[in-house]
Write a protein that binds this ligand. Structure first.
Ligand SMILES: Nc1nc2c(ncn2[C@@H]2O[C@H](COP(=O)(O)OP(=O)(O)OP(=O)(O)O)[C@@H](O)[C@H]2O)c(=O)[nH]1
Length: 364
């Protein structure tokens, strides 16, 4: 005899499978944690770290995609703070530093006139940190901008396997405009909340864009979910340097490592390079037609309407902007665009075809 499933049956099936997933998640986390530490220990073998034990304070800047991490980092680099920082970023191309501050630049390092240096940390954070600790003249502090889909607990775990490093603290940048949507979405909610709980300090960004209601409900939500956590507001990353570099965490960072979860597989990032100049009107129609599930888009564009310089395109949620940037000078103009959305939601070939149709010389 066929029976209909009751709501209760469905709920209990669901909670069983969620429990299974939690167990699996925890197993994977533990496995990744152990493998990460073994790998770090292997890399450290025989290396001579010049920096003394615990002498390199590390500050982590975390926060969801597009929340304003790079903006805050740029503000920090431009502010006089008298410290020589080693800055580690995922997305080297977008570190947009005043030309006047740049002393020299190579493919993977920007040396600044104030003694700071920015390096790209791609796959191997352990090795980047070892290289810093091995320098003859180690920096005063390290600042790391996490990827927007990273869980900072995992980063802390890797960083602290290097004996020269101590965690000064981690801050999370939270976009006041998108907070409620990100917290409520089944795709982003868990990661978003993990990022906040991993942080010592919450920087509520873009308060200039949020209306009064969004702003007060953002504070209300943060206080209700993270009582006791310090929250400061920021406009374009204008947080005082002594706050960013003086978090002085009182939490036991090792205690947090068990909560780290890998969300990389929940999201997909597609990259495009287009050599022919793009027509701005057609491109805007392309952007308008993108699925609303696209969480982040950013690009350095070569537009027919502005052939001499780069145009930066930024999209976070439904808000977008074009900004004029540096001239192309000797570099051959081209466009690069990155779109980030839920895994499986975007199709590279279809989008490539649509982007080709945005080229000014394409009349199809
Ligand atoms: N109006 C306003 N815009 C901001 C503020 N902070 C950041 N933005 C803008 O938000 C967009 C994303 O900022 P980013 O600093 O690139 O964000 P991100 O967190 O580094 O982004 P990902 O690296 O892609 O995760 C850019 O267009 C910034 O100019 C702010 O306080 N006010």
């Amino acid at each position: 005899m066929m029976t209909n499933k009751t709501q209760q049956d469905e709920q209990s099936e669901k909670s069983v499978s969620e429990d299974d997933r939690d167990v699996e998640d925890r197993f994977n986390e533990a496995h990744r944690g152990i493998m990460g530490l073994l790998f770090a220990a292997y890399q450290l073998r025989g290396r001579k770290l010049r920096a003394a034990e615990g002498s390199l304070p590390l500050t982590i800047i975390g926060g969801f995609l597009g929340s304003g991490k790079t903006t805050l980092l740029n503000h920090l680099l431009r502010s006089p703070h008298g410290r020589r920082l080693a800055v580690l970023v995922n997305d080297f191309g977008r570190i947009n530093i005043d030309a006047a501050l740049v002393a020299s630049q190579t493919a993977d390092m920007i040396q600044l006139t104030n003694g700071c240096a920015c390096c790209a940390v791609s796959a191997d954070l352990t090795n980047s940190l070892i290289e810093i600790a091995e320098r003859d003249d180690p920096p005063d502090a390290i600042v790391l901008e996490a990827s927007g889909i990273a869980d900072p607990n995992g980063i802390v775990q890797v960083a602290l396997s290097n004996p020269a490093i101590r965690l000064d603290g981690s801050l999370v940048v939270v976009d006041a405009e998108t907070l409620q949507d990100l917290a409520a979405s089944p795709l982003t909610g868990r990661l978003f909340r993990n990022q906040i709980s991993a942080a010592d300090l919450i920087v509520l960004s873009k308060v200039d864009l949020a209306d009064d209601l969004q702003r007060s409900s953002a504070h209300h939500w943060l206080t209700a979910h993270y009582p006791g956590k310090r929250v400061i507001e920021a406009v374009r990353g204008d947080v005082q340097t002594n706050i960013v570099l003086g978090i002085e965490t009182t939490r036991d960072p090792k205690a947090a490592t068990t909560q780290s979860t890998d969300h990389v597989h929940d999201f997909e990032s597609l990259s495009f390079t287009i050599n022919a100049p793009l027509n701005r009107e057609r491109l805007q129609a392309f952007f308008d037609a993108l699925p609303t599930s696209v969480l982040r888009a950013k690009g350095v564009l070569n537009l027919t309407e502005a052939p001499s310089h780069r145009t930066i395109y930024q999209r976070v949620g439904q808000r977008w902007s074009y900004t004029e940037a540096e001239p192309w000078n000797d570099e051959r103009p081209h466009s690069s665009l990155v779109l980030i959305g839920p895994a499986g939601a975007l199709d590279q070939a279809t989008l490539e075809e649509k982007l080709d149709a945005c080229c000014a010389d394409n009349n199809t």
